[in-house]
Design a protein. Sequence first.
Length: 301
Amino acid sequence: MHIAILSRNRQLYSTRRLIEAAQQREHEVTVVDPLKCVMDVTSHRPAVHHRGDILPRFDAVIPRIGASVTFYALAVLRQFEVMGVYPVNESVAIGRSRDKLRSLQLLARAGIGLPVTAFAHSPDDTKTLVRLVGGAPLVLKLLQGTQGRGVVLAETTKAAESVIDAFRELDANFLVQQFIREAGGADVRAFVVGDRVVAAMLRQAKEGEFRSNLHRGGSASVVKLTPQERATAVRAAKTVGLNVAGVDIVRGKEGPLVLEVNSSPGLEGIERATGKDVAAMVIDFIEKKARPHGTKTRGKG
């Protein structure tokens, strides 16, 4: 098979591991920088040019799309879908995952456990926002934030109101979310491939920090998931429409609560914490599922 990896940097750990895993199975791999692509959207002969050269027809494409390039990279991915290339994650599903509010609404409709979350536009609704999530302490999240950036813990109602006012002055869209105190600054990253969790790690925030992201200094260790946590992770990924996903779960008093569904989960932390060859599992999934025009949306939405 000839596999394309949509990535801005072939030296990133996740991109390197996927290249290695594919080549070990004797697949040809091409790394494509989405921002270096020009698309010929002619209906009869759609094509993608990369750094001046027309790209060959690929059997599959693995999107590793950073948040800062989501709009254009998704346009490139849609072009591949129109051309019949099989995407590991479809453009529509990635778009859903990048819209935190939309993904939470989809998960809520599916009956998946979530922290109590509120969203509003009018500055007159600040007190209602705080009340809906059970008061302080509470968490505020910018809709555009990634890797723990744009996430604030407000420990008092006064602090919450001040941060909300500041976000509104910046015309920023944000969520107000219940703080799960019993989690103790820890969450679980469940790595889903297809219809199963292939690896999981417990992420623990460093002392004095409530965000458990490894980019924020958190530590990672292997963890055994409960059957309910495994089922929740797989359902969350499927609800958003992702075949490969990192599902972040916090352990609440009444069961697992999904924080986020990530469409481009990093491989470094999960592989080092668990010792599992997750990259090979992604390639194995492609070998079993890839076929021309094998998407649900076919680039239409």
